[in-house]
Design a protein around this ligand. Sequence first.
Ligand SMILES: C[S@@+](CC[C@H](N)C(=O)[O-])C[C@H]1O[C@@H](n2cnc3c(N)ncnc32)[C@H](O)[C@@H]1O
Length: 582
Amino acid sequence: MFQLLRRNWYKAQVCLRGTKISHTTNSILMSSESPNDTKRPSSAILVNPPKQKKQKLKRYKQKKVDVTSPLGILQLEIDELLKENSLARENVCNDIKTILNDKTNEIRDKYHREVSNVKVQKLTSNGDGLALIDNPVETTKKQIVIIPFGLPGDLVNVKVFKTHPYYVESDLLDVLENSPLRHNELIRDKYFGKYSGSQFEFLTYEDQLKIKQTTVANAYKFFAPRLVSEGLLPEIGTTVASPLKYNYRTKITPHFDMPRRATTLEVRPPLGFGQKGRPKWRKETLEVGGTAPILDIDRCELATDILNIGLTNERRKFDVEFKKYKKGATILLRENTVILDPKVPTEEQLGEGSRDINGKVSYIEVADEEHGVALAKTCVTNSTQIVTEYVDGYVFNFSAGEFFQNNDSILPIVTKYVRDNLQIPNSSSHDPNYLVDAYCGSGLFSVCSSKGVTKVIGVEISADSVSFAEKNAKANNVENCRFIVGKAEKLFESIDIPSDRTSVILDPPRKGCDEIFMKQLSEFHPARIVYISCNVHSQARDLEYFLKETENGKDYKVESLRGFDFFPQTHHVESVCVLSRV
Ligand SMILES: C[S@@+](CC[C@H](N)C(=O)[O-])C[C@H]1O[C@@H](n2cnc3c(N)ncnc32)[C@H](O)[C@@H]1O
């Protein structure tokens, strides 16, 4: 059904690309003389009329979108809103061709206007408000409007500024009536409303967790409709909270752009994160961070304290050195942890890191009371430098620029949850059991789940991460792990372990696993599967495929499904789904 929806959507988009420009060939009778012949043509021959400049019609270029990307999901969310309002796509499609070819801007100005008293109906999984407004030109039609920082139940004024075939983008101008969800008094980020970093700050934390639970439910409704309609899913668990609600991010990447066509920077460009919306409704932040596409940010409320110190250092450096850059760049700020030896001066133990105005490596000392040690936190800016994190009593080293989970306060909870759910039921401690960690990175789940397991096999595409996974196992005295560099899709060709004694962890990137991998996983037929995902939509798609389309999928039951809040104050949710063989 979803495929059908998708196909129809694209059909509709293609129809909107505008009429084909018919190249009316002024059919002409050419002289038999060669075109290079400079002689005047004889009067008996018809000559080309003076060439008229062809009027090129601008056409809307439909970008190909992955259906599980935010834009792909938006299309499904729009369809749902239409259904709830008894409308069809024809009732909301916009005349893009006319807007694009409107030389006088008359039509465009009609579309890109202010609209008052708009009731926000829904929240997208991207955290934006969604509402219906009248079409300003075709009076029988409506428009779908996206309202950043609008909440269901808000009554707002907006300014429409961009038109797409099936929706329009707007800026929030005023909030006339507050949604019951809206708690503006909770906002503490001075940049709130201007970027997506603290997008959910105006919600209570309880509501943030509930919204993320709904995001998981909606993802399965959209991408696993058969599992939903056949009752093959358990009740979606409550979202697991993050112990830290602020100052939890251990990596941030502020960046800057080079102005178009410029080859040198004469003026220091804004350094920070991409703007979201133009916050006319929050008068107090109008000037904060500027109005350029990149917001100039001197503090990130979500980042740890040492990263904020690093941000101050690197911004100071950038103020002086920005002219050296020939193109835009990203500055990496990654937290590093050092266990301090009380007998050695702290400065001598820090290694390289972001430096303060006096050229000294900045650090913060923290006491780890549980383990009775003193720690120093530094901020690493070199992507190839090795950084250290401690998770659940294990030590992990990895290159600062490589993937590592980004909220270490929630990691012990997640790793314990994964470990507990990998256990094969009814097995005694004497039975051999195995673990396959697909997409294993630098070995986080392999190492944290290795106790009591006969053998762990990890696979990972990045050779650098695999070499760290091996070193991490060694550093933690874990001897039962073997790591393979390669595509997860090739994994099952090279392993020889009994599947009914094996649990599998999947933790793929946002795009999820592919069908080849899911088929092979099904053929392998493991006892348990724990699928961790930073994109619940691709997870839902993969699981429906696995359970309904692969040979052995029918042998599995979804035991549990729930979100984990790795990123408080944002719309992001990690989802963990546990499958067992029945
Ligand atoms: C979300 S990360 C998870 C890493 C690890 N589980 C962790 O928690 O630190 C996904 C990992 O998959 C790796 N990856 C991407 N495509 C892959 C593929 N086709 N086969 C194996 N690994 C892949 C990436 O390099 C990345 O390390």
